[in-house]
Structure formats: structure tokens, C-alpha cells
Design a binder for this molecule. Structure first.
Ligand code: AHR
Length: 521
């Protein structure tokens, strides 16, 4: 197969094999129902995750005030500008597994006096603690995002978490409030999102669901928000992939809770990985790997249904949000990169993985009110790569930018009648789409053609409305494993897309393996 791939590399699009989609010639119909609007697609499903891992924080965000790389108080200006452009709603920090061993006091006060500690999870490297609480809060302020802190339940104590929250949020001149002011921030910070631990079933301490619930009750009580100018949502640790033990235990505990504690969300972690350690290549892969990873990504739909069904039993009013605060493709690391740094290239296939996940979250918008792709810069399915003073936008970044109109838009049901894309035993819907009405009343459609072997002709119908035109952008690539590099940064980049209605029909012609977002006009 690979020799065939290379032989065809010069073609406008890579046609993998003769195993084209079944019924590939038939037009795909997308019927948008504007009469039955659904829930708001919470902008927080476009959240990011920045862990102290590899070059994610150091180099990726923080270069220090003395760096020749243009920065504002040590934070890279180019990264800030790129992230502002995709309106990042929140950033989860400091981990991940790093959070399970993070002691916040190491990261405050004069930077030259902070202790060097270890980062045992991620390469065993020295953690200089240069980027701590104030630097993170400065970073989210610079990009206009909310802070989503993950407190240390794994190896910390309730007192340590309580002190951190008081330090951050009290407006009062308590000793901790005064210490924060002395460190440069008299005003209390806003912490709109607080994770009560991370993966308590794994890096956060291998706790049984019952063990975690007893910790949760204590931490949810004492990790207080003192800043009354804001509401804080507490997110409990939830399931790893399909394991329902945590979902059941946390929801049951919440249903029977006393006045003394509460939560507003529960997390789910699911990576497109198939199995650990990750072996799927980031580049130079064939159709087997392409189809397998798209199929794996579509498991998100089943997982959401499974966990939401349990949540509905305890919480039919959907008060508790499901927050998918780690998701994305976890691939074999880039050869030659340090062990534990989780660096991987990012291809057109990964752009599709992002779009399919976002579409799935949007379809469950009433319950899924947050999500954080792992991770923001230089790690896993990143938005951005940096190399010294250079910055590169990945195909996944472009998907997040294309989807901007969906932030806080109202979901509109979109029925897709499409033939299947088949490869070997794998059968997937050939086209996946969501629609929404934005806050200005404009109707938007995001549509992904999964078929790498041919274009999809899509007819869009909206009952009761005749649209004249679809206008927006499309992201396609010469090959499904096409990537951007510092020497060829725009191999995968969005292009303008316009389709005019003809004979009363609005027809879109979508490139193979592409993501297209259009406004209907
Ligand atoms: O994102 C990398 C790691 O994956 C996180 O630290 C951990 O929470 C998860 O297992």
C-alpha cells in the first residue's frame, strides 16, 4: 500500500485504493431543522490543556522576560496572538499527572528563589517552577481565557488545596491574601473552573471509585472560592474511557449529597489511541491506520451515550456537566524527541479527528458543556509548534479557527443521509456534519468528508428557507498524512469556499478527507 501511496503522491488528492465509498457517486443530503433548535453549544467545549510536560509550558508558552524571543512578562507574544485568534475559552493547568504531584507554593514568590523540583511523570526532568500561579494567571489574562485549575488530590492535602484557593480568591487581608498582594496581585483572581483531582484512578493515586468519592467530599468542601464576583464550577474526576465505575459512584454520591459539599461537573478522559503505548504513526501512514483511527475517534459517541445515560438516571435536569477534559490523538512520538515529552506531528487526518470529536460534543451539547484537547502547544495533538523563535500552526489549529462561529451557538439538528466509507472491515459514515445558529442569527454548517478516496457532493436542505449561497472555508490537503513544517508551513491551510445555489438546490462539493465550515446565506 505504501508504495502505491508514494506513486500517487503527485496527484491532486491521494486516492488510496480501489476500496472507494459504497455508493460514493450518490449525493449526500443534509437536512437542517431550524424549527427544533437544541441546546447552546458551550464555547467551553473548545477548551485547551497546558501541562508541565515536555516543551508544552517551557519554550511553548514561557521563555522568560530576558529572552530575545518577543514576550510580555516572559510569555511568548506569538503564541498569545495565535491563541487569541481562536478565542480559547479556558485553559486547564498544571496537569494532568503533573497536577497530582504539584505543590503550588513552589511556584510563587521571587522566581530566582523558587526550588528546582522533579517531574517524574514526564521524562524525570527538572521542574524549575518558574512558571507558577501568577505566570499562569497572567497567561490566561493575556489570551482572554478562563483559568481551569486542577488541584492536587493525588499527593497533596485538603489543607494545601484550601490554602491555594484562599491565596487566589480572597479579597480579604488574610495572611494568604496579603501574600498574594505582596507577590504582585492585590485583586483576587477569578477561578471559574476547578478540577477536584485528575485521573484519581491512575496518575492521581489508583483510587477505587469509593475511595475517590470520600476524598471528593472533603476537597469539594474545603477548596473554597472566596471571590464572590464569580461563580466557580467544581469538576469531579470521572471515567476513564468506558469504565462506568466512577460515573456511577460520583453521580450517586452527588444525588445523596448533604449541604456540606457540591460539584457542578464530572470529567471524562478518552484519547484516540487504540492501545498504550501508542504506536500509530503521525506521518507516513496508510489507509489502514487512517480508517482505524477515525473509527476509534467515533467511539466518543458511544462513550458519551454510556456515561450520559448513567448521569441522566441521577440528574435528569442535567445540572451536572460532562467535561471531556482530555481528548485527542495520542500517536507514536516524533523520532529523536526526548522520552516522555509526547511530541507528535499533526496531519490532515488529525484535523478530521478534531472535527469529528467537536461534532460529537455538539450533538450532546445539553450535557457536554466543556472539553479540553490535549494539549495546547508542542505536546500530543497540539494547536501550535514552536522552534526557538519560530511558531507553526497545525491542521488542528485551523479546525479550531474554522469552528469559531459554533462557540455559544444554538445547535440545530442536521440529518445526514450518506453512503458509507468502507475500508476492509471498517465502515464509517462517509460524511459527518453539525449545524448551528450563531448569536447573530446566522446559520452555520460544519461538514467533514471522511472519504479519502473521492469528493462528496452534498445537497443542503433547510425546510422553509431557500439559501442562495454557502460561504466559508475548507481545510483539505494533498494527502491525509500531509503536515505543516517550519519550512512548508501552509501545506495544510484553510482556503475560501463558496457554493452558489442552482435550480433551488444548494450543492457543496467537498474534497476528499476535508473539513468545511460555511455560513448559509
Ligand atoms: O495528557 C497526558 C496525560 O494523559 C495526562 O497527564 C494524564 O492526565 C493523562 O493520562
Amino acid at each position: 500500500m505504501l508504495s502505491k501511496l508514494h506513486a500517487l503522491a503527485g496527484a491532486a488528492y491521494l486516492f488510496f485504493s480501489a476500496t472507494a465509498a459504497v455508493g460514493a457517486d450518490a449525493a449526500v443530503n443534509i437536512a437542517i431543522d431550524t424549527a427544533r433548535p437544541g441546546a447552546k453549544i458551550d464555547r467551553h467545549i473548545f477548551g485547551q490543556f497546558a501541562e508541565h510536560l515536555g516543551r508544552g509550558v517551557y519554550e511553548g508558552i514561557w521563555v522568560g522576560p530576558e529572552s530575545p524571543i518577543p514576550n510580555t512578562r516572559g510569555i511568548r507574544n506569538d503564541v498569545v496572538a495565535a491563541l487569541k485568534a481562536i478565542k480559547v475559552p479556558n485553559v486547564r493547568w498544571p496537569g494532568g499527572c503533573f497536577a497530582d504531584e504539584y505543590h503550588w507554593r513552589n511556584g510563587i514568590g521571587p522566581r530566582d528563589r523558587r526550588p528546582a523540583t522533579l517531574n517524574p511523570n514526564w521524562g524525570g526532568v527538572i521542574e524549575p517552577n518558574t512558571f507558577g500561579t501568577h505566570e499562569f494567571m497572567d497567561f490566561v489574562a493575556q489570551i482572554g481565557a478562563d483559568a481551569y485549575l486542577s488541584i492536587n488530590v493525588g499527593s497533596g492535602t485538603p489543607a494545601e488545596a484550601a490554602d491555594w484557593m484562599e491565596y487566589l480568591t480572597t479579597p480579604q487581608p488574610s495572611a494568604l491574601g496579603k501574600e498574594r498582594a505582596a507577590n504582585g496581585h492585590p485583586e483576587p483572581y477569578r477561578i471559574p473552573l476547578l478540577g477536584i483531582g485528575n485521573e484519581a484512578w491512575g496518575c492521581g493515586g489508583s483510587m477505587t471509585p469509593a475511595d475517590y468519592v470520600s476524598q471528593l467530599k472533603v476537597y469539594a468542601r474545603y477548596a473554597r472560592n472566596y471571590n464572590t464576583a464569580q461563580k466557580m464550577q467544581r469538576i469531579a474526576v470521572g471515567p476513564d474511557t468506558g469504565d462506568t465505575g466512577y460515573t456511577q459512584a460520583v453521580m450517586e454520591a452527588w444525588k445523596n449529597k448533604t449541604w456540606a459539599w457540591d460539584i457542578e461537573g464530572i470529567s471524562l478522559h478518552f484519547y484516540t489511541v487504540v492501545k498504550f503505548p501508542p504506536t500509530f504513526k503521525a506521518t507516513g501512514f496508510g489507509e489502514d491506520e487512517y480508517a482505524t483511527l477515525l473509527k476509534e475517534t467515533r467511539r466518543m459517541e458511544d462513550l458519551l451515550r454510556t456515561h450520559i445515560t448513567i448521569m441522566d438516571q441521577y440528574d435528569p435536569d442535567k445540572k451536572i456537566a460532562l467535561v471531556v477534559d482530555e481528548w485527542g490523538a495520542w500517536l507514536a512520538p516524533t523520532p529523536g524527541t526526548p522520552e516522555g515529552f509526547l511530541e507528535q506531528q499533526n496531519s490532515q487526518r488529525d484535523a478530521l479527528i478534531a472535527a469529528l470529536n467537536i461534532n460529537t460534543f455538539a450533538r450532546h451539547a445539553a450535557r457536554v458543556r466543556g472539553a479540553n484537547i490535549a494539549q495546547m502547544v508542542n505536546v500530543l495533538q497540539a494547536m501550535i509548534f514552536t522552534d526557538k523563535d519560530k511558531l507553526l500552526l497545525t491542521p488542528t489549529y485551523h479546525v479550531f479557527r474554522l469552528y469559531l462561529p459554533f462557540q455559544d451557538a444554538t445547535f440545530l439538528p442536521a440529518a445526514v443521509s450518506a453512503a458509507e466509507y468502507r475500508h476492509g472491515d471498517i465502515k464509517l459514515p462517509r460524511v459527518d456534519a453539525i449545524a448551528a445558529r450563531d448569536t447573530n442569527g446566522k446559520t452555520w454548517l460544519a461538514v467533514t468528508n471522511l472519504d479519502p478516496n473521492g469528493p462528496a457532493e452534498v445537497v443542503v436542505e433547510v425546510a422553509g428557507t431557500k439559501f442562495q449561497r454557502a460561504r466559508g472555508e475548507t481545510l483539505s490537503a494533498p494527502r491525509v498524512d500531509s503536515v505543516n513544517t517550519f519550512s512548508a508551513p501552509r501545506t495544510v491551510a484553510p482556503r475560501p469556499f463558496v457554493a452558489q445555489a442552482s435550480g433551488g438546490r444548494l450543492k457543496l462539493s467537498l474534497a476528499p478527507a476535508s473539513v468545511t465550515v460555511v455560513a448559509l446565506e
